[in-house]
Design a protein around this ligand. Structure first.
Ligand code: E4P
Length: 218
């Protein structure tokens, strides 16, 4: 399983990229709004840092296929690595079909059922983004959705990649890896959390103490 970072914050993207752990970035209208900056500017900056797929979503207020297609073309023109993120609606699927026929990659987002994922794949989506955390929030096990989509895509030889999204903690990440998700898009604080283990921290302190006792500060 590969990692994308799920943020529009440049500092977080740089930190994750410098660790060599990510190969792409996902954003959404809420993440862009949080930065309070112009969409194109943020996206261009992200694409100049990470050499991999960057998902930029059509505006939250764009609901008709025609408008999504126009906006999708504009987003795709920002950088060759752009992936157009389209919400999982009937209009969204129409937009995916057209964008795909033009060679533009799409990421169908807000996927909450295996049926939605299958439709998105058949419409020509390059990626589907099932949201784990938001399902867990309503007491439905999000990981079951990832497993179902994985099974269906495997049985039918579907090449659309699964991006496990709405990840809230390292347990989610490991569960998605075990389920066979192609990618997990992870918020930076969770990636950071994954670097730690109490025994690692204790081990470092003990090595430092022992070294100082034997050799001083040299
Ligand atoms: C996916 O691409 C979305 O940006 C994201 O994972 C949503 O996560 P949230 O449920 O934490 O907002």
């Amino acid at each position: 399983m590969r990692f994308f970072v799920d943020t529009a914050n440049i500092e977080e993207i740089k930190k994750a990229n410098d660790m060599g752990i990510i190969c792409g970035v996902t954003t959404n209208p809420s993440l862009i709004a949080k930065e309070g900056r112009d969409f194109n500017q943020v996206i261009e900056e992200i694409a100049s840092i990470v050499d991999g797929p960057v998902s930029g979503e059509v505006k939250a207020t764009t609901v008709e296929a025609k408008a999504m297609i126009e906006e999708g073309r504009q987003i795709a023109s920002i950088h060759p690595n752009m992936v157009v993120k389209i919400p999982m609606t009937a209009e969204g699927l129409k937009a995916v079909k057209v964008l795909n026929s033009e060679g533009i990659k799409t990421n169908v987002t807000l996927v909450f059922s295996a049926a939605q994922a299958l439709l998105a794949a058949r419409a020509g989506a390059s990626y589907v983004s099932p949201f784990l955390g938001r399902l867990d929030d309503i007491s439905m096990p999000g990981i079951d959705l990832i497993k179902d989509i994985m099974d269906i895509f495997t049985v039918h030889g579907i090449e659309t990649e699964i991006i496990a999204a709405s990840i809230r903690n390292p347990v989610h990440v490991i569960d998605c890896a075990k389920a066979g998700a192609d990618i997990a898009t992870v918020p930076y604080p969770v990636l950071e959390q994954m670097t730690h283990h109490p025994l690692t921290d204790q081990g470092i302190v003990k090595f430092q103490d022992d070294y100082r006792k034997a050799f001083g500060e040299s």
